[in-house]
Design a protein around this ligand. Structure first.
Ligand code: AHM
Ligand code: MG
Length: 343
């Protein structure tokens, strides 16, 4: 008689996995575990709306502009409120910061402030919502630096090398949450029929051999000499270049996720097309740094062209940075081109 269990893998929920990781640290208070639970719960609630975005009256914009001067989509607003409402009252966070808020997001005075800081982009790539293209949530968790009272701006303005955990959720053909606490990068796929994230991609490592480069090549004319030459090289126009395929969704989380799984580099360089955004488009604190933390923990790297993203301390909450992220050798190579050709 054959053993019917022989070919079956274990089923592990995200809750079980986070708890098991915590058990390896007897000194842990459980606070970080609970914040990760709450983010996973927020992701489930947001996913329940993103999968229905074309159906409900939720589609379309609120007409308001956020602090970046972009029109706020209704779903952005919903995602922002969901993450806030799950985390404001837990006693675990001292302060939060989000793409959707000009200033730090304080913990309401009636709740006890905690010792962690949550930074997030509630719904990145929201201009894609109307076209049924994947969107995502990005988050990072720091320990606060101030020791009492409500958390402050200083608690938020920390470099990525101080992150204790980071992750993203991609709302695509399935919903996946990928996170790291510095001990591997792990991916969970939401089974909508049972409402649980199940471990589907343990110990993600960026493959040694890259497949894709990802950039908005429509802006090529605005790039520096170094970035243009790197792009020629990566396309294989230069002898010795790898000749990679181009894939660009225009949704950071989805682009990063694909390259994390397949190997490659995503970049959004500084460009000269908008004098108000001389440092590219993406935000250091809640977009670039959390993804850089994941890249580093998966054997990859991230750079602003000269410096490791994880070593950059934001001067303000919404500071932008050029971003080159993915396979380590490609990130190092683009740095070489920039140092060589850009003054
Ligand atoms: P958002 O935070 O306003 O959604 O904008 C960020 C998005 C990223 O997801 C994506 O990488 C980038 O904008 C695409 O920009 P572009 O359309 O200029 O290529
Ligand atoms: Mg964003």
């Amino acid at each position: 008689m054959s053993d019917i269990h022989q070919f079956e893998g274990q089923i592990t929920t995200i809750e079980r996995f986070i708890l098991d990781q915590e058990k390896a640290h007897p000194e842990a208070t459980g606070a970080l575990t609970h914040i990760l639970y709450d983010v996973a719960m927020a992701a489930k609630i947001i996913a329940s709306k993103t999968t229905r975005a074309g159906l409900a009256e939720i589609l379309g914009s609120t007409g308001e502009e956020n602090v970046q001067g972009e029109v706020v989509q209704k779903l952005d607003h919903f995602a922002e409120r969901t993450i806030f409402r799950l985390n404001d009252h837990t006693g675990l966070l001292g302060v939060m910061a989000s793409e959707e808020n000009d200033d730090v997001v304080p913990i309401p005075q009636r709740f006890k402030p905690g010792k962690y800081v949550l930074v997030y982009d509630p719904l990145d790539g929201s201009s894609n919502i109307d076209y049924n293209v994947s969107i995502g949530t990005i988050f990072g968790i720091f320990r606060r630096v101030t020791t009492e009272g409500p958390g402050t701006l200083e608690d938020c303005l920390q470099p990525g090398n101080k992150l204790v955990a980071a992750g993203y959720v991609v709302y695509g053909s399935s919903t996946m949450m990928v996170y790291s606490t510095g001990e591997g990068v792990h991916g969970f796929t939401l089974d909508p029929s049972i409402g649980e994230f199940l471990l589907s991609h343990p110990n993600i490592r960026i493959p040694a051999k890259a497949k894709y480069y990802s950039v908005n090549q429509g802006y090529e004319n605005y790039w520096s000499e170094g970035v243009r030459r790197f792009t020629d090289w990566v396309q294989g126009k230069d002898a010795g270049g790898p000749g990679l395929s181009l894939r660009y969704i225009g949704s950071l989380v989805a682009d990063f996720h694909r390259n994390l799984m397949a190997g490659g580099i995503f970049y959004y360089p500084a460009d000269s097309k908008d004098p108000n955004k001389p440092y590219g488009k993406l935000r250091l604190l809640y977009e670039a740094a959390p993804l850089a933390f994941l890249a580093a923990n998966a054997g990859g790297a991230a750079s602003d062209g000269r410096t490791d993203i994880l070593d950059l301390t934001p001067g303000e909450l919404h500071e932008r940075t050029p971003l080159f992220i993915g396979s380590k050798d490609l990130v190092e190579r683009v740095e070489d081109f920039i140092v060589r050709y850009d003054v």
